[in-house]
Ligand binder design. Structure first.
Ligand code: PAF
Length: 287
C-alpha cells in the first residue's frame, strides 16, 4: 500500500491507472477506522481495479463547539488496517493541501433543501462542509465509484444529489450499516461513550426497529410513533434531537401512496452524538 500526502502524488497515481484503462473505487473517511470502513474497502476491491481511501478530518463540516479539535487521529493504526485489507493508495492530506486559501473565504458547495432538515437543522453548515470536501476529493481522486456507509443516510443522499446536479462522472454507492453484536451502529464517535453509556447505547437501534415493526404491522399514526420514540429515548438517558419517519427517496415527510420509509434518529448520550436509521417497505402504501 502506498500513502501520499499531497494532491500531486494522488493525481499522478490515478492518472496512471486511468491511462492504462483501470477503474478506481474511492472511500473517503475521517480516519479512526472501524469494521464499517473496512467493509467499504472490501466492496471497493470487488468492483474496481484500484482502490483509494482518504483520511482527512474536515474542519468545515464541524460546527462551533463540536468535536473537531478532539476528533480521534489514529493514522498509524489506520494504515495497518488498510494495508491488511488490501488497499492500493491512501491519501492523507493536511489542511493546507485541501484548503490552500484557508477555510474562511473558501468556495462552498451547497445542496439545497436536503441539507437543512434532520441533521442539517441541528448542524447548520454541516452538509455544505461535507459536499465541499467531497467535491475536492472527487475532482482529484477521479473515482469511477465512491462508497459511503448508510449510517449517514442523509449524507449519502446529499452526495448523490450533488453528483447528479454537478454532473460528476462518479457512481455513489451506499453500503449497509455495520453493527456491533448488540445492534449499535459502528461509529468513530462510539469511543466517546463511557462503559455505562456504551451498555445503554443499543437502545437507540432497538427503538427504531420497534417503530419499524409497528409501521409494518399497520400502525398509521406517524406523529405518535415519533413522539413515543423521542419519549423513550429521553426516559432512558438520551438527549434526542429528532426521531423521524421520512420518505426514503428524499427524506421528505411521507404522505398518501408512500411505502418506502426510513426511520432516522439523532440523540446525544453523554458526549457522543449518535445517529442511526432503518429502511422499510410497507405492504400497503400510506393512505
Ligand atoms: O462520513 C465521513 O466520514 C465524512 O463526512 C466524509 C464523507 C469523509 C467527508 O469528510
Amino acid at each position: 500500500m502506498q500513502t501520499v500526502y499531497d494532491l500531486a502524488g494522488l493525481r499522478a497515481q490515478v492518472n496512471e491507472w486511468h491511462r492504462a484503462g483501470g477503474t478506481i473505487a474511492f472511500v473517503p473517511t475521517m480516519g479512526n477506522l472501524h469494521e464499517g470502513h473496512i467493509s467499504l474497502l472490501h466492496r471497493a476491491r470487488e468492483i474496481a481495479d484500484h482502490t483509494v481511501v482518504s483520511i482527512f478530518v474536515n474542519p468545515i463540516q464541524f460546527g462551533k463547539g463540536e468535536d473537531y479539535a478532539k476528533y480521534p487521529s489514529t493514522l498509524a493504526a489506520d494504515q495497518e488496517k488498510l494495508a491488511a485489507a488490501g488497499l492500493d493508495l491512501l491519501f492523507a492530506p493536511n489542511l493546507d493541501a485541501l484548503y490552500p486559501g484557508g477555510i474562511e473565504e473558501d468556495t462552498r458547495v451547497t445542496v439545497p433543501g436536503l441539507s437543512t432538515i434532520l441533521c442539517g437543522r441541528f448542524r447548520p453548515g454541516h452538509f455544505s462542509g461535507v459536499a465541499t470536501v467531497v467535491s475536492k476529493l472527487f475532482i482529484n481522486a477521479q473515482p469511477d465509484f465512491a462508497l459511503f456507509g448508510l449510517k449517514d443516510y442523509q449524507q449519502v443522499l446529499v452526495i448523490k444529489r450533488m453528483v447528479h446536479d454537478l454532473l460528476m462522472p462518479v457512481e455513489v454507492i451506499g453500503m449497509p450499516i455495520v453493527r456491533e453484536t448488540d445492534g449499535l451502529a459502528m461509529s468513530s464517535r462510539n469511543s466517546y461513550l463511557n462503559a455505562a453509556e456504551r451498555a445503554r447505547a443499543p437502545i437507540i437501534y432497538r427503538t427504531i426497529t420497534e417503530a419499524a415493526t409497528a409501521l409494518e404491522n399497520g400502525e398509521t399514526s406517524i406523529a405518535e410513533l415519533e413522539e413515543s420514540g423521542m419519549k423513550r429515548l429521553a426516559e432512558t438517558g438520551f438527549r434526542p434531537e429528532y426521531f423521524s419517519v421520512r420518505r426514503s427517496t428524499d427524506l421528505e415527510e411521507p404522505g398518501p401512496g408512500d411505502s418506502e420509509l426510513s426511520i432516522l434518529v439523532a440523540a446525544w448520550l453523554g458526549n457522543a452524538r449518535l445517529i442511526d436509521n432503518v429502511q422499510l417497505r410497507l405492504k400497503t402504501p400510506l393512505l
